[in-house]
Design a protein around this ligand. Structure first.
Ligand SMILES: *[C@@H]1O[C@H](CO)[C@@H](O)[C@H](O)[C@H]1NC(C)=O
Length: 379
């Protein structure tokens, strides 16, 4: 029976070969199919620009798996580096996290690897909800304090499991200063990436940064590539870098976008979001394919109106004066000399993004003069 045995092994070989072909083909096919309908959203912003609030709007949505600043771990772990040399590590980290592979975080964390060790994990409603934690039903708003108290420490795999059950993965990052490093993600057929670029009046950012300069000192050093800079110059140089990056990102995406960027970039001004929260959030949701929910509407109203007791029915018709006033605080708090300096450093960005300069102390303090240039719709 030697002939028969030969045939058998040939058969076995052929079967294995065919199996391998099927596996290869499936892999190839899956690579081609765009992201299985999943949408990946990068909230790209800078420090003190309202990105945490915007992140919360997404995080509380029942279809969203949200993480705040995964790149915090990279910058913190490699804290003596510069932003330039870290950007590719950050880019690749984002790609893995978008694909719900959180093992990449292990490189930057201490053992044991728990999702409850992720930076600001309790800001993520999805990590307070099943299957990550049984506390908050998926269609309810989460409460960070309760989440921190009641959700047990669990492995990263539990967060991966959760991530896999959502249609949208949303990541917030303040650690990008250009778009080019993200090109491979925009061209990656396994991702359907949309970028929302949140900017804010540099004068308001500066004021807020001055207040928290100490907390931001490590990040500032990374932004400035660990160069020796006189202490009083640090904030100006960081602002210059931030303004330069806003310009470079916006020009890249709007003036001459490469084909793979078309329809994937949306710029949002913090001030517009504070004046017309519902309209702006509706537009953002539409851009990424999310439905607005009644619960979220009410929640946004409360967030932008402080303890306000506005009538529910016209919640979003009124201008949210509280929030708008806060966003103008720099006009009374900053001395005009400092404002002038920031305007010099950020001239190009301010003109591009639609922030008018003030030419005197009087003009600065007259809050009835609106410094926001209205935006063309759908830009
Ligand atoms: C969250 O929960 C804490 C503790 O139960 C409570 O004190 C706080 O008011 C809650 N926050 C919100 C925004 O509901």
């Amino acid at each position: 029976m030697p002939r028969c045995r030969v045939n058998l092994s040939i058969m076995t070989f052929l079967v294995i070969l065919q199996g391998a072909a099927v596996v290869l083909f499936c892999g190839w096919y899956l690579q081609l199919s765009p992201s299985n309908g999943k949408v990946h959203v990068l909230l790209l912003s800078s420090w003190r620009s309202g990105s945490s609030l915007m992140g919360q709007v997404f995080s509380q949505h029942p279809s969203v798996f949200y993480l705040m600043e995964p790149a915090w771990h990279v910058w913190t772990r490699l804290r003596n580096q510069g932003a330039r040399s870290l950007r590719m590590a950050v880019r690749d980290l984002l790609r893995s996290v978008f694909q719900c592979d959180l093992s990449v975080m292990e490189a930057y964390m201490q053992e044991p690897y728990r999702f409850t060790s992720l930076f600001m994990w309790a800001q993520s409603r999805a990590l307070c909800s099943p299957p990550a934690c049984m506390l908050t039903p998926r269609n309810q708003l989460s409460n960070r304090t309760e989440c921190e108290q009641h959700c047990k420490a669990q492995g990263l795999q539990r967060a991966e499991e959760a991530c896999n059950t959502y249609s949208h993965v949303v990541l917030k990052e303040v650690r990008f200063f250009e778009l080019e490093s993200l090109y491979p993600l925009l061209q990656d057929p396994s991702l359907d990436l949309r970028i929302i670029h949140l900017v804010r009046d540099p004068r308001a950012v500066f004021r807020s940064r001055e207040e928290s300069a100490y907390d931001l000192r490590r990040d500032s050093a990374t932004v400035l590539e660990q160069c020796k800079v006189p202490a009083e110059e640090v904030q100006h140089q960081v602002m210059q870098e931030i303004c330069r990056s806003h310009m470079s990102i916006n020009e890249r995406a709007v003036l001459k976008p490469p084909p793979f960027l078309k329809g994937r970039y949306k710029m949002v001004r913090y001030e517009d979001m504070m004046r017309n929260p519902l309209e702006e959030i509706d537009a953002m949701f539409e851009f990424v394919g999310l439905e607005m929910t009644q619960q979220l509407k009410e929640w946004v109203y409360r967030m932008t109106h402080g303890k306000g007791k506005g009538r529910r029915k016209d919640a979003f018709k009124v201008i949210s004066r509280d929030a708008d006033l806060v966003s103008q605080a720099w006009r009374t708090m900053l001395p005009h000399s400092k404002v002038k300096r920031i305007q010099e450093v950020c001239k190009g960005a301010m003109s591009l993004l639609g922030y008018k300069t003030v030419n005197s102390d009087e003009e600065q303090k007259r809050l009835d003069i609106d410094l926001l240039v209205p935006r063309e719709p759908d830009q």
